[in-house]
Design a protein around this ligand. Structure first.
Ligand SMILES: NC(=O)c1ccc[n+]([C@@H]2O[C@H](COP(=O)([O-])OP(=O)(O)OC[C@H]3O[C@@H](n4cnc5c(N)ncnc54)[C@H](O)[C@@H]3O)[C@@H](O)[C@H]2O)c1
Length: 423
């Protein structure tokens, strides 16, 4: 169930259908193409993850969602201009068969969009209950459900009193508290219905004590936020490399141009602030300047995103990184990533839906609320209270694979490797 059926959502859904029909391969999806080593290196036993853990198959998936635009997903995919016309034509009837339901929307939270189709209700509680009714209807046609927000980036919201407990939040729904954004109406409705909720955007949404409480109470998992797709993915690879080698970093300047609707929404300073916060956190978390003041305490980190329509969904991200080595001698690294936003995001959205559904079926995981083992997928991973989130891509990957081994009762892999030298 997908609130926000724009570029990422249509690329996900069209992609799943293309793969189901044998027209394309699910490149970039760990759940579909990744393998997992079991036992010792000498055992040569590395099954596909999807053969190892009981994931839903692509044939099992049914899609629905909400948006403020009229029309069906074929129209939405054409507007998004991510996939080639020929490819869309091959699956046109399927895409035409899915029409987003009217959304719970409020322009105060996404300034650059104007709704054509939206729910009307007497207060936020009424709107959230209308979403619950939509969910109940979908539940009657399906066995299990997962909700993933691929809606727009909302304005920057900080936690207030209304977010601090479930009781305060539910009162705030009735009182139309301005601290409650539309994405939180969907999240509340999903968790209330016992459905896992994934946040592909940097919005505050479930990042509040009230949602944590609801998630645990309902055994409905939540996880981090904001897909880690392009520039931040590369950052979470390069920064750990510098740190591992004890190389200093004095400056990291990141800039992007993109021309899709996401870029247009992010052109609004209030939405950009939400994205900026999400992108800025990770360097400090990875580099730990408190632990290594000589290397990182003066790091200057800047992130810019500029809306540039000619590029559409094909984003270009530049990084200028000023580093220093032995005796403080400076060096530079430049990265120019000509990527495709939704092509990078769609497989992450797929994996998250399948893994969150698995988490909801796993007794040792579902009651925990936050699924930290899925940090791998997020710019802003979530973690237990008092524990800093893990941003290093390779630690995240190890954590995810060890969690899958744990779910299936296999030995965890520590990479100690002494056993190969015994006897
Ligand atoms: N690489 C990536 O593409 C990437 C990476 C990280 C995060 N994201 C985030 O994912 C989200 C989706 O990106 P996109 O490129 O698909 O954007 P998009 O603008 O194409 O799609 C977002 C859709 O959400 C809809 N929407 C907005 N508010 C809504 C509401 N209250 N209810 C229902 N629908 C609503 C919009 O009408 C739009 O169709 C954005 O927040 C973006 O920042 C994308």
């Amino acid at each position: 169930m997908i609130p926000g059926m724009g570029a990422v959502a249509t690329t996900l859904i069209a992609g799943v259908e293309a793969v189901r029909r044998g027209l394309a391969k699910p490149i970039g999806s760990i759940s579909q193409m990744g393998t997992i080593r079991l036992g010792k290196r000498t055992d040569a036993n590395s099954p596909l993850i999807r053969d190892f853990v009981p994931l839903a198959t692509l044939d099992d998936l049914v899609f629905t969602g909400w948006d403020i635009f009229g029309g069906n997903l074929y129209d939405a995919a054409k507007t998004a201009q991510v996939l080639e016309r020929d490819q869309l034509e091959q699956i046109r009837p399927f895409l035409e068969s899915i029409e987003p339901m009217p959304a719970a929307f409020n322009q105060h939270y996404v300034k650059r969009l104007t709704a054509k189709k939206q729910k009307v209700g007497k207060n936020k509680c009424d709107l959230a209950n209308q979403i619950r009714n939509d969910i109940a209807e979908f539940k009657s046609k399906t066995d299990r459900q997962v909700m993933i927000w691929t809606g727009s980036t909302e304005i920057f919201l900080e936690q207030t009193a209304v977010h601090q407990s479930l009781a305060a939040f539910e009162k705030g729904l009735v009182d139309d508290d301005p601290g409650i954004a539309p994405s939180q109406l969907y999240a509340w409705a999903a968790l209330k219905e016992g459905i896992p909720f994934i946040n592909g955007a940097p919005n505050l949404t479930v990042d509040i004590p009230a949602m944590n409480e609801l998630s645990r109470k309902m055994n409905a998992p939540i996880c981090g936020k904001d897909f880690k797709t392009g520039q931040t993915l590369i950052k979470s690879v390069l920064a750990p490399a510098f740190k591992t080698r004890m190389l200093g970093v004095s400056g990291w300047y990141s800039t992007n141009i993109l021309g899709n609707r996401d870029g247009e929404v992010l052109d609004d300073p209030e939405s950009f602030k939400t994205k900026e916060e999400s992108k800025l956190g990770l360097l400090e978390m990875i580099l730990q300047p408190d632990l290594y003041p000589d290397l990182y305490k003066d790091l200057y980190h800047k992130v810019r995103i500029n809306y540039y329509p000619p590029r559409g969904d094909n984003k270009e991200g530049w990084d200028n990184i000023d580093i220093f080595g032995w005796l403080g001698y400076p060096m530079q690294l430049k990265v120019d990533f000509l990527c495709r936003d939704s092509i990078l995001a769609a497989p992450l959205a797929l994996d998250l839906c399948l893994f969150m559904d698995l988490a909801a079926r796993t007794s040792s995981l579902r009651g925990l609320g936050i699924q930290e083992w899925l940090s791998f997928y997020f710019k802003a991973p979530d973690s237990a209270k008092g524990v800093y989130p893990e941003h290093d891509l390779f630690i995240q990957s190890m954590k995810m694979k060890n969690t899958l081994r744990h779910i299936m009762g296999e030995d965890l892999i520590t990479h100690l490797g002494l056993e190969y030298y015994e006897g």
